[in-house]
Design a protein around this ligand. Structure first.
Ligand code: ADP
Length: 371
């Protein structure tokens, strides 16, 4: 919409008609004050300002408009029949105008100028948006790099320390001590390995190169393997598996990738519930022949506003991020794996009570749909 400002209503009506006949939507104001009120309330693509108006002249209106952040970028064209000297034209540009037309003017030229200014403004705005987005992305990348280097450095420093201790113990022939330090450094190497694997997976997802090996496999064994894996990493914790009998049920999918999803859900359920020892796993075969797995913890929970974002890349809930280590890649990778199996996923949670992360995938998907 274009705003025309002129104290003479006959001028306004004439220009309004001309421009409306050329397809523009027009609003009008008879005084500078009315124009200012309107620009703050509505959104205009361009303003055409008469220079000579009582109380507040066109230059003052233009200066005020360029002073508000909401309106500063709206292109202004001055129109004047009286103030045609170089001095006035200079003042027009200085007060924020893009052009200064002297009456009588050629309507076709005015229309061309209006279209050009509007187009230039749109280009400028989209460039500004792009710059803003990149600046965001940049600061997120910086933040990610600093967290990633910290996350990689911590286990690496521990490995160095444990290996030195193992060497000292070995020199003293303390075999049990040496074994213990080697086992501890092995744990840290596994951590590093998982971090690097997640980083690689995230890069592969970005470039569309995450590969899957689909085959038939037993759901029961798959579940038992995942639970055993967790018991090895977290010996003191209890995983309670409930639900349907899975004997003889098989599924078509990438077993390793789906185990990665379940392990991520389970290890998060342990990590984000430091005060609780038990995690519940509910398994169901739905009437639509989907395998549904729900992992419930009694941990810190996630507020409803944050729940939607936890599956996004690098997203970590701010309120708890300093208390728990992580890079915010796990659930992003899980979401991709489930989507590639034509499944669905989500979270139900209450702050302070706990969370249930779930996924559901078809037992026998349309093989043609998998890639
Ligand atoms: P990471 O744990 O490495 O930060 P994830 O992608 O696995 O990355 O999880 C993303 C975020 O979701 C976590 O940082 C955490 O804020 C939140 N989250 C995930 N699982 C749970 C859970 N079981 N309970 C509470 N918050 C969780």
């Amino acid at each position: 919409m274009i705003l025309l400002v002129d104290d003479k209503s006959e001028n306004l009506i004439a220009l309004q008609k001309t421009l409306e006949s050329r397809g523009f939507t027009i609003d009008t104001a008879l005084t500078g004050e009315e124009a200012l009120k309107k620009v703050l309330k509505n959104t205009y693509e361009l303003i055409i300002l008469d220079v000579q108006m009582p109380l507040m002249d066109g230059f003052e209106v233009a200066e005020a408009i360029s002073g508000y952040s909401k309106t500063a970028d709206i292109p202004i064209i001055f129109l004047s029949a009286v103030n045609v000297s170089k001095e006035f034209i200079t003042k027009g540009y200085a007060s924020g105008g893009r052009d200064y037309l002297v009456k009588p003017f050629d309507t076709d030229i005015l229309v061309l100028k209006i279209r050009t200014f509007i187009r230039l403004n749109q280009v400028q705005q989209s460039l500004q948006r792009e710059i803003e987005q990149r600046k965001l992305a940049e600061s997120r990348k910086d933040e990610f790099l600093s967290i990633a280097s910290h996350e990689l450095n911590t286990p690496l420093t521990s490995v160095k320390g444990y290996l030195q201790l193992a060497e000292i113990s070995l020199k003293k022939q303390q075999i049990d001590q040496t074994k213990m330090f080697l086992e501890r450094s092995q744990k840290q190497v596994n951590k590093l390995n998982n971090l690097v694997a997640d980083l690689l997976d995230t890069t592969k997802i970005e470039s569309g190169k995450l590969k899957f090996n689909y085959d038939h496999f037993e759901v029961k064994t798959f579940l038992e393997n995942a639970v055993d894996n967790i018991y090895l990493s977290y010996p003191g914790k209890k995983i309670q598996v409930r639900g349907d009998d899975l004997t003889g049920i098989s599924i078509y999918g990438d077993e390793d990738r789906l185990e990665q999803v379940l392990l991520n859900y389970l290890s998060n359920a342990i990590k984000y519930a430091p005060q609780s020892d038990e995690v519940m796993v509910d398994v169901h075969i739905t009437p639509e022949q989907h395998l549904q797995i729900r992992v419930t913890d009694h941990g810190i929970g996630i507020s409803s506003e944050r729940q939607e974002q936890v599956f996004e890349k690098f997203y970590r809930v701010e309120e708890s991020s300093s208390r728990f280590q992580g890079l915010g890649m796990g659930l992003f990778i899980c979401a991709e794996i489930i989507k590639r199996h034509k499944g669905t996923y989500g979270v139900e949670s209450e702050i302070g009570k706990g969370s249930t992360f779930y996924f559901s995938i078809p037992l026998i998907p349309e093989i043609a749909e998998l890639n």
